[in-house]
Design a protein around this ligand. Structure first.
Ligand code: MG
Length: 202
């Protein structure tokens, strides 16, 4: 199982971090050991002083495929969920400045906080509202209709380079509003009005 992540897939988020809007998807990965399942606490890691949350809609791949053609792309995910792409922003900034890979800023243990999954047929796939609250206050909200690269395009694009395998996850990018966490914070993620992600920072 692999965790494929898309960076800068909402214009407002690319701008908030002073990044250019990409002309093709920006891809990175987290190892399977990054996964933290729904309801489990996130322990603030010692290697960073500036961990940020990034709330993202996540696709769960339901069959194997490579070079998926556009007309078949939607058949490769039946379920969606919400994930937090936890990011050591201080380390990421250093690595970015040097042009180095991102793994220790993005792929450290438990950096992929994951909700349970729900059938996509329960949602309007043309535009799913989602939001994150921190200690009861909304800090991020997005609508998947604002994605630069759609879910189906991502399936097509990613599968040109990496064989998709059943159980793989694709984090589809975060909207604006990313920010820091501290010990004691409570993060809650909502898909439409349904609260599906719960994570306490310890
Ligand atoms: Mg992200």
């Amino acid at each position: 199982m692999k965790i494929i992540c898309i960076g800068r897939n909402y214009i407002d988020h690319a701008k908030e971090l002073n990044n250019p809007v990409p002309s093709r998807p920006l891809i990175f990965m987290k190892p399977p050991s990054a996964l933290l399942l729904e309801g489990k606490p996130f322990y603030y890691p010692e290697h960073s002083k500036d961990i940020h949350y990034e709330l993202e809609v996540v696709l769960k791949i339901c069959k194997n495929g490579r070079h998926v053609q556009p007309e078949f792309a939607s058949g490769y995910y039946e379920q969606i969920g919400l994930g937090l792409d936890m990011t050591a922003r201080d380390i990421q900034s250093e690595l970015k400045a040097k042009g180095h890979p991102w793994e220790i800023a993005k792929g450290f243990d438990h950096s992929a906080v994951m909700s349970d999954f729900y059938d996509k047929s329960d949602f309007d796939m043309n535009g799913i509202l989602f939001h994150l609250s921190k200690n009861g206050e909304t800090v991020q909200q997005g609508n998947t209709k604002d994605l630069i690269f759609s879910f189906d395009y991502l399936i097509q694009y990613v599968s040109k380079y990496f064989k998709l395998q059943m159980g793989d996850l694709i984090f589809t990018g975060t909207p604006a509003g990313v920010g820091p966490i501290k010990i004691g914070d409570h993060l809650e993620g909502y898909l439409e009005e349904k609260k599906i992600l719960n994570c306490r920072i310890k």
